[in-house]
Design a protein around this ligand. Sequence first.
Ligand code: ASP
Length: 332
Amino acid sequence: MVIVACGGTIAMVKAPDGKVVPFAQGNAMIDEIQGLSEIAEIEIVEFSNVPSPYMTPKMMFDLSRLVNEKLQEEDVAGVVVTHGTDTLEETAYFLDLTVVSEKPVVMTASMRNINELGTDGPRNVLSSVRVAASPTAKGHGTMVLLNDEIHAAREVTKTYTSNVATFESPGYGPLGIVDEDTVIFFRKSLVRRSYEIDSIEERVALIKTFTGDNGEILRLLPALEYRAVVVEGFGRGNVPPPVADAMEYLVNSLGMPVILVSRCPKGRVLDVYAYRGGGADLKKRGVILGQEVSGQKARIKLMVLLGWTEDREVLRKEFEVPMGQRRVIYDF
Ligand code: ASP
């Protein structure tokens, strides 16, 4: 079993002034977790020791390469990745889309730092190793484990700024749980897909629209050298009329891929409303509908897809056609 450490509160301590900071020996905590070596032989690899707001798409890409390499080793049953909670769901989804293996990848973290009362880091690592070592975890792709709940990378999101029960999968629920030393899966996500990529497109913006938005921010993107954008709209996938005009300008005058998602945490965007700025109007103007993934996840997917294809119709299919309705390359 390989544990790849990236940093985050799980590798941080409280300084004398009471504020939490990264700790150079943060990963030493892993060596001291009772019972870990009884589950699996552990190799710890330090990828980085950064707060997760410091993660970049390039780092995610390098991490994905490392995880793919480790999983190719015959005696490695799975990989656990420790990471900060803030952006964990983005790195998890990146790995889910780009790690091509049936072996499990389990990402974990902690909400409480190493020397805080009731710290959750050691328990989360222990349970993650249990999952990664479990034969039942095969074929689930990248999972997120905190607080003994197992979530699918595509579905999970951080919901609470401070509580240890912060990760939830709105509209789905967890894939399973760890109960003492038993790993239990209740279900499997049927809409996963992995892509073998050699590069990614990093210049992808994420813009959340707002009431009274005049589209000016979107129109600035080409000058700022962004190559694609995800727009987080309202409800079923609707935006103010000037934003619709700006989106059409980016798609049709500049050939930029523009993906529409919703700020609602549950449900798909769909071409239902035909008024100016409604989802049906946007689709007619060339905007791609991003289904039910969140804005931050749609951006990760677009960065990965643009490293794989520039073909607009293929991009549309990858976003718009539900997995059950098309042939898949890696269907675990
Ligand atoms: N700010 C921290 C980070 O994401 C929070 C955490 O790890 O829980 O690195």
